[in-house]
Design a protein around this ligand. Structure first.
Ligand code: SAM
Ligand code: SF4
Length: 345
């Protein structure tokens, strides 16, 4: 059957066991990349002349929907749509609407990670479809630095997107990659601003994923150093809040807001991993920091629910216990050839 798995097959899938990996971790969270394309070119993420995949390789809307339903039937309760930039995909809102209809019947949360460039346009439709929270990436509020980092003059669009999301009642969490010598000195004021606007903010260490034009080592900033700097200014109190993911959270007494710290390089966070990632071509990656993957597209395109489920079962046997990447020396090759824009972070 062209275009994915029919509803009868989906019922068959529903009878299957929940996804639990070899380390007894239930997989309840799927990050689904809907495109590898993007309207920015963040220097730490991809080269200026990035090679994007041919459209024929990308899953169709119906295939993405069928895939998401198969995961929901196997126990996934949260789906984050990502990319590349999810909002550059033309039928993105149709997908959000289709998946939004699953909320309350298996799916607890549907959300997305976006660079915010088109968020002002889409925020109302996202809310209508059932989205309640979005993650927006914002590395700086300085226009010149934004243009240097993203290689596009987009700061005003992103800030308008964040404001529009807030205005329609979406909870906005900001993601900021900490970059030595770039946004390093701005981090306290960025955190202060975010908290003042009512947004949580999470800092991320740059990860060695895919070739970029420069050397990421030049701007790698361990969050242990950032935390020490912030602790010299503010009172940071660890809080129990967990997203089931890699972030550890603190409350900043002086700003009254929540700050997350994602430290893939200085601190391994894999014990409670509950997530898997699927690329826009239907490759299921079991770990952001590893190559282990299983192809789901062949089964999807054949409309074969049994083969799709076998692939999911197989994947649980190869999900690694933990990742092991480092940025430890200048000039080193990326730990993985795959860019973050393939698996959406
Ligand atoms: N385009 C969307 C965005 O920027 O939010 C979604 C995809 S993007 C790949 C998801 C997140 O990955 C962003 O917050 C981005 O800053 C982060 N990211 C990309 N490349 C990274 C890298 N090499 N190391 C750490 N974070 C990275
Ligand atoms: Fe695009 Fe997101 Fe990568 Fe920036 S981080 S280039 S916005 S995919």
């Amino acid at each position: 059957m062209a275009g994915g798995i029919n509803s009868e097959s989906a019922i068959y899938v529903a009878a299957m066991n929940p996804l639990i990996d070899n380390f007894q971790r239930p997989i309840t969270y799927m990050r689904l990349s809907v495109t590898d394309r993007c309207d920015l070119r963040c220097a730490y993420c991809m080269p200026e002349r990035m090679t994007f995949l041919p459209k024929a390789e990308i899953l169709t809307l119906e295939e993405l929907r069928a895939l998401a339903l198969a995961f929901i039937a196997r126990g996934v309760r949260k789906i984050r749509l990502t990319g590349g930039e999810p909002l550059v995909r033309r039928d993105m809102i149709e997908l959000v609407r289709a998946l939004g209809r699953e909320l309350g019947s298996g799916l607890d949360e549907l959300t997305l990670t976006t660079n915010g460039m088109r968020l002002a346009e889409f925020a109302p439709a996202l809310v209508d479809a059932g989205v309640r929270r979005v993650n927006v990436s914002l590395d700086t509020r300085d226009r010149a630095l934004f243009t240097k980092l993203a290689r596009r003059d987009g700061l005003s669009n992103v800030l308008a997107g964040i404001a529009a999301a807030k205005a329609v009642g979406l909870e906005v969490k900001l993601n900021t990659v900490a970059l030595k010598g770039l946004n390093e000195s701005e981090l306290p004021s960025l955190i202060e601003w975010a908290h003042g606007e009512g947004h949580a903010i999470t800092l991320i260490e740059v990860m060695p994923l895919g070739e970029v034009d420069g050397d990421r080592f030049d701007h790698y900033l361990p969050l242990s150093a950032v935390r020490a700097d912030l602790e010299a200014r503010w009172t940071l109190t660890p809080i129990a809040h967990r997203s089931g993911g890699p972030a550890r959270y603190v409350e900043v007494a002086e700003t009254g807001g929540r700050l997350g710290l994602i430290t893939p390089l200085t601190n391994n966070f894999c014990d409670g991993c509950n997530r898997v990632r699927v690329t826009a071509t239907g490759q299921l990656y079991l770990c952001l920091g590893g190559e282990a993957n299983v192809d789901l597209r062949a089964a999807l395109r054949a409309g074969d629910a049994r083969a799709l489920n076998s692939a999911l079962d197989r994947s649980m046997r190869i999900k690694p216990e933990r990742h092991a990447f480092t940025i430890d020396r200048p000039g080193a090759a990326p730990a993985l050839a795959r860019h973050m824009s393939m698996t959406g972070g």
